[in-house]
Every structure is written in C-alpha cells, then in structure tokens.
Ligand binder design. Structure first.
Ligand code: CTP
Length: 403
C-alpha cells in the first residue's frame, strides 16, 4: 500500500491479554494511530497487571473498556455493540488461557464475551512460553481456532521473557501492524490502483485573482472513500476543494487544470480512473505575473481565454496507458441524457455519470445527487440519494465490472 494512512477510517477493537508481551500493545496502538486507524482498547484483568489503562487510553485517545458489567458502558455502548463497532478484532498477547476460552466458546469476562459476540474477523497474536505453546491442549485449541476462521499473526521462535527459547514468542508490533493491514485490504478491489480526480480547479488571472466553479469536492471525496473501503489503493488528485480529502488515500493537491493533467499523468498506470473533478474548460491566456492595477484612465482589463487540456479525453484515448475502466462525469443543465451520451462518445470513456446541475436541483455544492449512469448498456437512472450512497453504489458497480 502507498502513503502512510493505509488504515484511514478503519477501526480496530484491540483486546490486550495478560502476558508479558502485553507491554508491546502501546507501541501497536501508536503504529495503528499513525496509519490512521481508530483503536478501542479492551483490557483483561490479567492484562492490567502488565500495562495500565491510562497508558492505553492516552495513546488510543479513547476510553479503555475493562468490565463486562460496567453500567456506564452498558448504557452508553453495550458489549454486543462494542464487539461489532470495529472492522477487525485484534488480540495481542493472546495467551494460552484466552485462546482456550475462545476455543471453548466461554464468555465469562468482557474480552471473551466480545470475542464470542463479534461478527467481525478476529486476528490473534499469540504469546506464551514454549512449553505452553507445545502442550497438546494448546495445539488442540490452535487447530480448533483455525477451523473457526480465527486469523493468526505469529508466534515466532526466539528468546522469551521467562529465559527459555522456542516457539510462542509474540511477533513485533510492526509485524502485527503488517498483518492487520494485509487483513483489512481484502475487499473486492484489493490490489487495484484507482485514480480519482475531484474538486474544482482555480485558473489564475493574476497572483491574487482566479476563476473557479462551485464544486465542493463532496462527490469525488465520497467516491475515493468508498473505493478505499473496498480495498483499493486510491490516488486522489484534488483541486482546492471545500471539504477535506479522505483518510487512507494518497492525496495529490493541485490548483489548475494543467497541474491536474500532469498529476494524473504521473499517477498512471491505474486499473480504474474516475474523473469527478469540475475542471475549468478554459484558462486565462493573458494571466499576469503581477497584480492587475486599476487603470488611471478607467480602461477595463481584457481577459483572453485558451482551452485547457481535456484530461478525461486524453486518458480515454491513450492507447498505451488507458486504464481498464474510465469513468467521466457530465454536469449538465438541460437535455441531460442526450448531452451526456454525446460526451461519452466524444471523450471515449466507458461510463459517464451524468447529473443535472441546474441551480434549482441544489446538487452542485449540496449533499445529494441524482445521477444517470450511461454505459454500453444504455442509461440507468438512480434515485436521488446522498452523495455517499451514490459513491458506495458506484464503487460496488466498479468492483462487479472488474471481477
Ligand atoms: N474533464 C476533464 N478535463 C477537462 C474538462 C473536463 O477531465 N479539461 C472531465 C471532467 O472531470 C468530467 C468530464 O470531463 O469527468 C465532463 O466535464 P464537463 O465539464 O461536464 O464537460 P465538458 O467537456 O466541459 O463539456 P461541456 O462544456 O460541453 O459541458
């Protein structure tokens, strides 16, 4: 995965068991947070002998859950809800005892109850003395847990805190992090590179003035996040948008159409390219390097325009580097299907997502969108819905097309 925020927007429920290796949990939390993940710590009573709730809470930036019958937690967030609140449940210092409870399906404290109640994948990093690891009871439990679909990160062989040497040593936090990243990147678009353009462009008139449009970047941002959630590696090339870019994607900020064209060129190759940006069709040909001053005679400035490169058309028609699937947007104010169909043919993209941006629709800069997706299969009208819902549906459609 590229970039640092490889786990942006993802949540991990981190159960810390009672082994000496629990001292590595704070480092794992720090690494997860640095990758953009949210971490909810759950500390067993044995775990609290090795690491304090205050350390965990400070690093996670969240309360630590410890007690199954904590009335505050139960009213605010019940254990069932807690067990399902994350994308992945991770157990560090998965002790022989905790693994035995899991294999037997026991639920006699908060950690084991969450592990039994969760509907999410569970990844464990075992940590125990070599004789405990080799014991037939533990080996039986390992087989059972693997059969139940529990994912294992380690253990490894090495020197142990107890002075012995052998298998059962917990792997390092950086290795557990890699296992978590690998596990969470298993959506239908895992291993696919997707390029998304978004937002408006600013075309300078002089150093302090520019020409822009009303695009907020909301639809492109939502699309990038939805693709990331399906496991794609996303390059997000954005003009100066109102809303912040999503976490967990590679963000390339640009100002002008020409900068956007260069950034797209540099980000290729890609499996899919989605051009959601509202690129200025023209730029000011006689833009000045100095601020234009009012003329003493009262003469008005005269702006001359020249056409910007059409990024969508260029990429669609690039025989060598064309992504498998190229998707354009069409912002129209009349004859939406007719104009968008002609635009699809003219530019040479696979799909066009058309929308009516007449001011009375409130779509441009608003929270909702009503789109018509035009492809070889014809025009498909989607009902008006939130831009995030449009993004999710489009991401699902892309995953199906690439399958
Ligand atoms: N687009 C682009 N580069 C440009 C202009 C547009 O990549 N210089 C892309 C947009 O991101 C969008 C699609 O082309 O995906 C359609 O843009 P739109 O502005 O609606 O169409 P135009 O080509 O400008 O056609 P018209 O002005 O006739 O509506």
């Amino acid at each position: 995965m590229i970039g640092q925020k490889t786990l942006g927007g993802r949540r991990v429920l981190l159960i810390i068991g009672g082994g000496i290796a629990a001292f590595k949990a704070p480092e794992l939390i720090r690494l997860l947070r640095a990758r953009g993940a949210g971490v909810t710590p759950v500390l067993t009573s044995a775990g609290s002998q090795f690491v304090t709730p205050l350390t965990l809470a400070s690093l996670a930036g969240e309360a630590v859950h410890q007690d199954l019958f904590d009335l505050t937690s139960e009213t605010e967030i019940g254990h069932i809800q807690l067990s399902r609140s994350a994308d992945l449940v991770v157990v560090v210092a998965a002790t022989a005892d905790l693994m035995a409870k899991m294999a037997a399906g026991l639920a006699n404290d908060l950690a084991s109850t969450l592990l039994l109640a969760t509907d999410k994948r569970v990844l464990i990093a075992p940590a125990m003395n070599v004789r405990m690891w080799d014991h037939p009871a533990t080996q039986r439990n390992i087989r059972q847990l693997k059969q139940d679909g529990i994912l294992f990160a380690g253990p490894t062989s090495g020197d142990m805190a107890c002075g012995e040497f052998g298998e059962g040593r917990m792997i390092e936090p950086s290795e557990i992090l890699a296992a978590i990243e690998g596990t969470l990147a298993t959506g239908p678009l895992a291993g696919r590179h997707v390029l998304v353009t978004s937002g408006p462009t600013h075309e300078p008139i002089d150093p302090v003035r520019y020409i822009a449009n009303r695009s907020s970047g909301a639809q492109g941002t939502a699309i990038a996040a939805a693709l990331r959630d399906l496991g794609a590696e996303v390059s997000f090339i954005t003009g100066p948008a109102l809303i912040p870019p999503p976490e967990g994607v590679r963000v390339i900020k640009v100002e002008t159409a020409r900068e956007m064209a260069q950034a797209v060129e540099a980000a290729l190759p890609a499996d899919v390219a989605i051009f959601a940006a509202a690129v200025a069709d023209w730029r000011v040909a006689n833009a000045t390097g100095q601020k234009i001053k009012k003329d003493a005679t009262g003469a008005l400035p005269h702006l001359e325009f020249t056409e910007n490169p059409d990024i969508l058309a260029t990429v669609s028609q690039d025989r060598a580097r064309r992504p498998k699937l190229v998707i354009g947007f069409a912002a129209e104010t009349e004859k939406v299907i007719e104009h968008a169909t002609a635009k699809r043919a003219r530019k040479g993209c696979d799909w066009i997502v058309a929308n009516d941006v007449s001011p009375e629709t409130g779509i441009m800069g608003g929270a909702e969108n009503a789109v018509i997706v035009i492809s070889d299969a014809g025009a498909q009208s989607w009902p008006r819905m939130g831009k995030e819902a449009v993004a999710k549906r489009l991401a699902d459609k892309i995953a199906v097309a690439l399958a």
